[in-house]
Design a protein around this ligand. Structure first.
Ligand SMILES: Nc1ncnc2c1ncn2[C@@H]1O[C@H](COP(=O)(O)OP(=O)(O)OP(=O)(O)O)[C@@H](O)[C@H]1O
Ligand SMILES: [Mg+2]
Length: 249
């Protein structure tokens, strides 16, 4: 199996802070690969390097065999890369459907080129929106303002927005952050249904979630890659345990 995403020896420093220091990982197509590590370990910065939010100080990012290092964030949906943020990125005053529409429409434009899109292609966007909302179970909320949704539903809307861009690779940054136990269960169950259909990189703190969902786990610690392996390997890794226990003790 080939790697859909390959991170090669990537580093990113902010002044004296080495947020990411020589991290490499390869994500096999169709797998769910989690990135864990204590707060400030560099997980989000690594995502930002992949998506062009920040420029890596060193290293390369390869996607589907192509060097995408330094491409701006807006170039990625057209390549099939979608990202959810640590904090929700919905437009609160737009309706639920409109939020998804923006994503589906943008994807259309980047493929077709021109700003003006023929009406039949816009209708195709409508179908994409309906399908994405049905998929996350928000069809009944389509015409409500996004702001009135419960937290868990807003997170599912984030997913619908990501899926409307018809990605191959999903980058999810702490999709359960700030959710209640019950909402977390719902979002986790949902991510479970995405497994195998998309290649997923998941940043997550909740260890039970990581161990249940992941095919592989990379552990970051102070910007570096501390360990990588299957969930049982990571659970049994003394260095990983020390990193976490050291932090929490
Ligand atoms: N734009 C920035 N400017 C300066 N320092 C930054 C910037 N972004 C991140 N950092 C620093 O880089 C380090 C890694 O931060 P990052 O947000 O990547 O960690 P994280 O693993 O995602 O943490 P968390 O689990 O809390 O989300 C931290 O020391 C952080 O303060
Ligand atoms: Mg983070």
């Amino acid at each position: 199996m080939s790697a859909l995403l390959e991170v090669r020896d990537v580093s990113k420093s902010f002044g004296a802070v080495a947020a990411v220091a020589g991290v490499s990982l390869a994500v096999t197509e169709g797998r769910l690969h989690s990135i864990i590590g204590p707060n400030g370990a560099g997980k989000t910065t690594l995502f930002n390097c992949i998506t062009g939010e920040v420029q890596p100080t060193a290293g390369r990012i390869l996607y589907d065999g192509r060097d995408i290092t330094g491409l701006p964030p807006h170039a990625l949906p057209a390549l099939g890369i979608a990202r959810s943020f640590q904090r929700t990125s919905i437009f609160p005053t737009l309706t639920v459907a409109e939020n998804v529409w923006v994503s589906a429409y943008a994807r259309r434009e980047t493929r077709g080129g021109p700003v003006l899109v023929p009406a039949d292609r816009v209708e195709g966007v409508g179908e994409t929106v309906r399908a994405a909302l049905a998929e996350v179970g928000l069809a009944a909320h389509a015409e409500r303002p996004a702001a009135v949704l419960a937290h868990g539903d807003q997170r599912l809307l984030d997913f619908a927005i990501a899926l409307a861009a018809r990605p191959r690779l999903l980058l999810l940054d702490e999709p359960t952050a700030g959710l209640s136990r019950q909402e977390t269960q719902r979002v986790i169950a949902y991510i479970g249904t995405l497994k195998g259909r998309y290649t997923i990189v998941l940043i997550e703190h909740k260890m039970d979630v990581v161990m249940t969902l992941s095919d592989r786990v990379s552990v970051m610690y102070f910007g570096r890659l501390l360990a990588e392996g299957t969930p049982p390997e990571i659970r049994g890794d003394a260095r990983v345990r020390e990193a976490y226990l050291g932090k929490r003790a």
